[in-house]
Design a protein around this ligand. Structure first.
Ligand code: PLP
Length: 405
């Protein structure tokens, strides 16, 4: 069968692939613990359930304007004012099918073939693939070994005449790093000086710990939104635990939003009004749900730190946000794909290989789930890899003995 080379070269989403493997193992009755997927376990906020339920029962479920329902855009405008101290117009906002579509449509709208986008490692797996799908070139900037925060000089050095954007994801998936305000300020200034876009993937922006703040890029520019080069991406997936509703949004210069609206109109037409109503409900409802989730995740992060303390040989940079940790396991095996496969086979724990995030030798552990899963999952990882840990463990009701070291 002859298929597009461009499409065929796109990598499978590793988290979805691993999830499927875990699901199949679970179906076979195996005691699998999934530390792979990045989604909170909370129930949908009640305000979102009621709003989407009302929309559904109205029976008025039709196409919406491609850039989103006026009322949903209004909720985003209010969110932007409250959280970013920026007054924006409806023309600066587009509602998308998840932050994923926001990002893809941004790349599609700003890139010409062979244009470059600077991506900071470790990066969310989809950035390089999306950029390639839009015929652009991802240029990876990797921090010094042992840290997850890039050096500004390395970012500056990567800028060429073909650079169109720098994508910044802080708090960062997969490392949990929150970049220092000074770095954000320098990137804002660099983008303004060079006339390139700064794409801020803010999907985790309120999920930070111990009073660390993810400083918004907008706070470092005096330019108005039309002349600024900042594009902000956000959504309800992570902060409200509403991954399945598929609602994200972009706030940016109106010329960009106009082009993105045409792209979205010609591809997916609009976001389902039921999903938009749910997102609107979440944004207009009680915001204590976000704080409750943040506190629960911070507690989970503390459990991870405690469990990792007794993991001889593993090195962990403390996550300051998100719900991911990215331990360095090079002391055991530098090949993270092998490590993840080994952990699934021997310990029935799903993790994601760091190689997928541009950080070989590490594995990503999601701590969005229950404390029980986190504690037991890390105990199993230690048992599988660390010869100083006890060599017997229960996996489900089976007693397992480590006999490979
Ligand atoms: C950094 C980052 N950006 C964007 C997304 C996509 O979010 P959504 O579910 O709204 O498409 C994710 C989801 O995992 C993410 O981790």
């Amino acid at each position: 069968m002859r298929l597009s080379k461009l499409a065929s070269d796109i990598a499978e989403s590793p988290t979805f692939a691993l999830n499927e493997e875990a699901r199949l193992l679970k179906e076979r009755g195996e005691a699998v613990i999934n530390l792979g997927i990045g989604e909170p376990k909370n129930k949908t906020p009640i305000a979102a359930v009621l709003a989407s339920g009302a929309k559904l029962t109205s029976g008025d479920v039709k196409y919406t304007p491609p850039d989103g329902l006026a009322s949903m855009k209004k909720a985003v405008i209010r969110y932007t004012e409250e959280n970013y101290d920026r007054l924006v117009a409806p023309e600066n906002v587009i509602i998308t099918n998840g932050a994923k579509q926001s990002l893809y449509d941004i790349f599609y709208s700003i890139l010409n073939p062979q244009d470059e986008v600077i991506v900071i490692a470790p990066y969310w797996v989809s950035y390089p693939e999306m950029i390639k799908m839009c015929l652009g070139i991802p240029v990876i900037v990797t921090p010094e070994d042992g840290t997850f925060t890039p050096r500004f000089e390395d970012i500056e050095r990567a800028v060429t005449s073909s650079t169109r954007a720098i994508i910044v994801n802080s708090p960062n998936n997969p490392s949990g790093a929150v970049y220092p305000p000074e770095l954000i300020r320098k990137i804002v200034e660099l983008c303004e000086r060079k006339g390139i876009f700064m794409i801020c993937d803010d999907i985790y922006h309120k999920l930070t710990f111990d009073h660390v703040v993810a400083q918004p890029a907008w706070s470092f520019t005096k330019k108005d939104i039309e002349n600024s080069h900042i594009i902000v991406v956000n959504g309800v997936a992570k902060l409200y635990g509403m991954t399945g509703f598929r609602v994200g949004w972009v706030v940016g210069p109106r010329d960009l939003i106009r082009v993105m609206t045409n792209v979205l109109a010609q591809t997916t037409s609009c976001v389902s009004p039921i999903a938009q109503a749910a997102a609107e409900g979440a944004l207009n409802g009680l915001q204590s749900v976000v704080e409750a989730l943040r506190l629960q995740i911070q507690n989970n992060r503390d459990v991870v730190l405690q469990e990792m303390r007794t993991f001889t040989g593993a090195r962990l940079v403390e996550p300051q946000g998100t719900f991911y940790a990215l331990p360095d396991l090079r002391a055991f095996n530098g090949n993270s794909v092998e490590v993840s496969k080994f952990l699934l086979k021997k310990a029935m724990v799903v993790t994601v290989p760091g190689k997928e995030f541009g950080m070989e030798g590490h594995i990503r552990i999601s701590f969005a789930g229950s404390v029980k899963d986190i504690t037991e999952g890390i105990a199993r990882i230690k048992w599988a890899l660390d010869p100083t840990s006890p060599n017997e463990i229960y996996i489900g009701d089976r007693k397992m003995i480590r006999d490979w070291m």
